[in-house]
Design a protein around this ligand. Sequence first.
Ligand SMILES: Cc1cc2nc3c(=O)[nH]c(=O)nc-3n(C[C@H](O)[C@H](O)[C@H](O)COP(=O)(O)O)c2cc1C
Length: 242
Amino acid sequence: MKYLIINGSPRKKNTWAIVKRIKDNLNGDFEEVNLSKSDIPLCNGCQNCFMKGEEYCPHKDYIMPIVEKLRDCDAIIIAAPVYAMNVSALLKNFFDHTAYFYHRPEFFTKKAIVVVSTAGAGQKKVANYIDETLRHWGVNKVYKLPIACGGKDSLETDKIDKVSEKFRRDVESGKIHSPKWSDIIFFDVWKVMALSDDPIPADKKYWDDTGLVNHDFSPEVKLGFVKKIFSKIMFGFLKRVI
Ligand SMILES: Cc1cc2nc3c(=O)[nH]c(=O)nc-3n(C[C@H](O)[C@H](O)[C@H](O)COP(=O)(O)O)c2cc1C
């Protein structure tokens, strides 16, 4: 198994130690992107990625190699400390540069584990935010490890071992999970947008080229009968209101 680690901590301390413990629990090859060493300029808000395509991002030389690694891996480990009750700016800057995945989700067969370290507050909220972001990228299943490190001699090793063992088993099983209801709704939102009379050109091209416009959800993910019907009804409803 190939694991890609995206580390949004500038230090080799708490977040790093949790990631190391997870790696010890997994079998596979690890590639690590340390965002503190990636020197990605701040997103300048040009919206080229949304409107024209990610290849028009002025920082594509920084972003695209990481996106290629995301495409190439079997599973993702994404880690950040809590800074002022949110993710570190390093990770947020990466999320801003890849926000076009909200419009053009693609990682439907990938699983991820989210690591959030904090002194004492915000870890759950921030883990939920990263989870939400990854679901918008299309990621099939997200495991969460929010860990408070302040005032303790040791990390919550039992919790780390338990969750990373579950993650390992799931990744190695190759099982693709049924999407959440909200994943289906967002899929239909972007599908409706791509099929609208005035679509965003890059989105329309992606949804057409991938053939996703012809499906109730990514064909790589099996939808049960009820979720299939739900997607069709949702699509019809959204077509009328958007
Ligand atoms: C700029 C900054 C902001 C922080 N904000 C919070 C916070 O809002 N809540 C909290 O509990 N800890 C906060 N912390 C503490 C870190 O989240 C915590 O020490 C974390 O484990 C550091 O991870 P690291 O060792 O990988 O750098 C902050 C630390 C820094 C440097």
